[in-house]
Design a protein around this ligand. Structure first.
Ligand SMILES: [Zn+2]
Length: 350
């Protein structure tokens, strides 16, 4: 290191030091050189640090100028050091690559991307199809009152139709909804007097034996349209459009009379079996048809409970499964797989 002649002023010393340090830095090639350079100039015992420390012993009138210049030199040297350190790092990497220490042809460690659960995927397909027909998604609650789940849907206490649903009761008045239909009352009371076109997706719960064909929790998508001139033809057209979009454009649809307490008249919709095309197979129990929806015109009592005068308004409602259609579409033979969280099953639908 250069000896600084006493005749040099502190400002001259600083300028000389900075020039020398920057020249020395250009010679630095290795991480070891870099460390050595840092200790010489910027480290705790470095030359610049010594000058900074000595500022306090200068005559007071010289201190601001020398202190400012020293700090300026420090900033420049630190920036130059950072740039050189990066260059040394890159050069080192290039040398290692050249030496074959890093095999760039090795495949990376695979990062498994997540994907949607098959139920979510099916739900989203259903949303998209109904969205194109102008249906909004309305989410209602899972925990319901007896009144919403049964009473306002035309099933007063002791109505025999309550037997159609085995129920998980929380208290005498509160239950886990057995179907998505209570959402009909909620959406009507919220939207009145606007016309309504919504789908109500959600989980339903039934106190049932779990088998390959039935679970105690499952998804449903309810549909509800309320307006001034809605007819059964609109309902059948909507279900047909859905079936052809979801199951294939060549599907045929069949309508049968049925019974639900909250629709009048009530129907069930079938499609020709997607597996055998209607010839008859195990899946369609040799009937050639598969049920896809229960539906009907909203019962006048239910319309009135929702706040819509049945003399002015009419509506249709339908209920679709979600797991069953997915089972048909993907050839899944056990509904329990949907809730089993077995990755071997789930990963097939990535
Ligand atoms: Zn069949």
């Amino acid at each position: 290191m250069t000896e600084y002649a006493p005749r040099n002023t502190p400002l001259e010393q600083l300028a000389q030091l900075e020039t020398e340090a920057l020249q020395a830095l250009e010679q630095v090639q290795t991480p070891e050189d870099l460390d050595r350079w840092y200790h010489t100039y910027l480290g705790r015992k470095g030359a610049l640090t010594a000058i900074l420390r000595s500022v306090g012993s200068l005559p007071p009138e010289e201190r601001p100028a020398v202190g400012g210049r020293a700090n300026e030199a420090k900033r420049r040297l630190e920036a130059a050091y950072d740039a050189r350190a990066e260059a040394v790092r890159q050069a080192q990497l290039a040398r290692e690559l050249e030496a074959g220490a890093i095999d760039v042809t090795l495949p990376g460690r695979p990062v498994g991307p997540g994907h949607l659960h098959i139920t979510t995927r099916t739900l989203r397909q259903i949303y998209a199809i109904f969205a194109e027909m102008g249906f909004q998604v309305y989410e209602a609650r899972d925990v319901e009152t007896d009144e919403m789940n049964f009473g306002l849907l035309n099933m007063p206490p002791h109505h025999p139709a309550r037997e159609m649903w085995d129920t998980f009761w929380i208290t005498d008045e509160v239950l886990l909804r057995t179907h998505t239909s209570p959402g009909q009352i909620r959406v009507m009371r919220e939207r009145y007097p606007e016309p309504i076109r919504v789908i109500l997706p959600g989980k339903c719960y039934r106190y049932e034996q779990i088998t390959a064909r039935s679970e105690h929790q499952f998804f449903q998508v309810e549909g509800l349209a309320v307006g001034r001139h809605i007819t059964m033809t609109d309902l059948i057209g909507t279900l047909t459009a859905f079936a052809r979009r979801f199951y294939g454009a060549e599907r045929r649809i069949r309508i049968r009379g049925s019974y639900f307490p909250f629709t009048e008249p009530s129907i069930e919709a079938d499609i020709d079996c997607i597996l055998c095309g209607g010839k008859g197979c195990r899946v369609c129990k040799y009937s050639g048809w598969l049920e896809i929806a229960g539906a009907g015109m909203v019962h006048p009592v239910v319309l009135a409970n929702g706040g819509y005068d049945p003399n002015e308004w009419s509506g249709f409602a339908f209920g679709l499964g979600v797991e069953r259609p997915a089972m048909l579409k993907y050839g899944i033979d056990d509904i329990r797989l949907f809730y089993g969280n077995d990755l071997r099953f789930l990963q097939q639908f990535g």
